[in-house]
Design a protein around this ligand. Sequence first.
Ligand SMILES: [Fe+2]
Length: 268
Amino acid sequence: MNAMPQWRTHEELPLSRESLEALYANEIPAIRIRDFVTADEARRLAAAMDAIGFTKQYNIPALKNPARYIGVTQFEFRKKSKADYFAAVAAANAEKAAYLAAAGVDPFARLFDRVRALYPERTLSVAEEPGHDRYYVGIIRESTGGGTLHADTARFSAPDYAIARCIAQLSWNLFVSEPAAGGVTTVHNAPYTPPSEDGRYAEIEPFNRRRVEGAETHRYKGRPGEVIIFNPRNPHEWTANESGDGTRRLSVGSYIGRLPEGDFIVWS
Ligand SMILES: [Fe+2]
């Protein structure tokens, strides 16, 4: 087995070229952007979720209350056809447009513009599939019920899709409501590699906890208005709010993939 890697700091650095490069290279555990949206914008982004309503729920048998969301994920279509996934994108885009109109703020455009400003020589664009269409980008979700241990790496989970060209990918989440209990994410510094990488789909859920035994960990909780970015090839999980107090973990986010040439593509 490979020796477990170590991060060079546990400090959650602000967003910069240097911190993004370090996160793609798994040299640091996380980036935290404070005050990414105002308290009023966070309230509007949370209220708009209720105004539109969550239309989908993840299928995670181990959880009593899996996350519910607006939008569509490529991962949920991994066992269906590309045509099935891209057929679902148009409806998801309409839902997202209604959500953003209700909120009156677009955190996706804001975050992508922040990254573009750091890399004037690079492009950041929505991922596109040859012969199909653009991917959906922007998951809007309630994840108060916790998240089971898993890793996200398109290279392994979607080997026959264009997003598999990414040499690395990051996850970002803007938190707009924080649960009073639970909601703590643990990132395990044990970058996932499937047993064989031969171009076939590599199942990554359910995830064997033995893969993270002995690994360094980093824990974070996002406060309303903050963006946290991390490298989701590191297995990660978050705790549920089981207090019954009704406070919720609400967030919006996507992946930001890095192509071999250095450009960025985004999808969900
Ligand atoms: Fe994830």
